[in-house]
Design a protein around this ligand. Structure first.
Ligand code: GLN
Length: 296
């Protein structure tokens, strides 16, 4: 069998199974099975496949046909400008979360130029993609990541090394609500007055009673998705707990559910340290992020 044939057959197979992006999926899986870049599949259309490659492709297709997300099958997912390792212990980075990174980078760019270290706190890091994407763009930045899942934390650490920001990425294992002391200790290495310029999170925010896509529910870590109190429990606890660690003029920004805007805006106002509180929307136009900027 040659590339052209197996690709055509795989696309048809996934199409028949009702997958929404059969060609993209088939290309990515065939890339993984052959070790070729997606783009090279087309210039090598007549290349015969080795037996091992066919077997590999069959098993990858089998996994996909059961609904396993491509990112878990490949073990990585592109986010912002890098490829991040993912595992069943981590949520798969979502494109909308890139908006959070972009917003932070915009804020940094618009601030007066400085050579001072910039400190970022990321709560519930998963793959580590949020803070590490910022670190990769901003050489003077340092980040602390807090994660309750040891397996996820291992992945995040590997990612920080792969991306080349490991020396500026510090981690704390534990529930964010309980980690203030450990976080403060690391922050204090920057000096007694040190505070966070950015406190960021994509916390679990799906209401326990909410319906989620079958593949999400079946494959992604529930601990990273679901939160009590209509999905607000982590958002409330983490923002309240960590707001005092924000620098003057610092920004707290968290991803939230599309129905959380009004509640979280009120909650941020009640925290009482923010000069401004904004709701930011995602690509689909839903309320998706809550942002508070501390009094200068
Ligand atoms: N946006 C994710 C989803 O739709 C939820 C992520 C989260 O809870 N942080 O599944």
């Amino acid at each position: 069998m040659i590339i052209k044939e197996i690709l055509g057959k795989s696309v048809q197979y996934l199409k028949d199974k009702g997958f929404e992006t059969p060609r993209l999926d088939a290309e990515m899986l065939l890339g993984a099975a052959t070790g070729l870049q997606r783009i090279d599949l087309y210039s090598r259309f007549e290349r015969p496949l080795e037996d091992g490659e066919v077997t590999k492709m069959r098993s990858l297709l089998q996994r996909r046909s059961q609904g396993e997300p491509i990112a878990y099958i490949l073990g990585e997912k592109e986010f912002y400008r890098k490829n991040f390792l993912v595992s069943p212990a981590t949520l798969i980075p979502r494109p909308e979360t890139e908006l959070l990174v972009e917003h932070v980078l915009d804020c940094i760019e618009q601030a007066p130029e400085s050579a001072e270290p910039l400190w970022i706190l990321d709560l519930g890091i998963g793959t580590g993609c949020i803070a590490q994407s910022v670190l990769a763009e901003v050489p003077r930045a340092q980040a602390i990541g807090v994660e309750i899942s040891e397996a996820a934390l291992m992945i995040a650490k590997q990612n920080s090394e792969r991306i080349g920001v490991g020396d500026r990425y510090h981690t704390v294992l534990g529930a964010a609500e309980m980690a203030v002391e450990a976080v403060s200790k690391i922050l204090a290495t920057a000096g007694p007055q040190a505070a966070f310029d950015f406190i960021l999170a994509n916390p679990p925010y799906v209401a326990v009673e909410d319906e989620v896509q079958t593949s999400v529910k079946k494959y992604e870590p529930h601990q990273a998705l679901f939160s009590d109190q209509r999905g607000l429990s982590h958002l409330m606890a983490w923002s309240t707990t960590y707001a005092p660690l924000l620098s003057k003029g610092g920004t707290m920004m968290m991803e939230m559910g599309k129905d959380h805007g009004d509640f979280m805006k009120n909650h941020f106002v009640q925290i009482g340290i923010f000069a401004e509180v904004h709701i930011l929307k995602d690509y689909a136009g839903w309320d998706r992020f809550i942002e508070g900027v501390r009094h200068g």
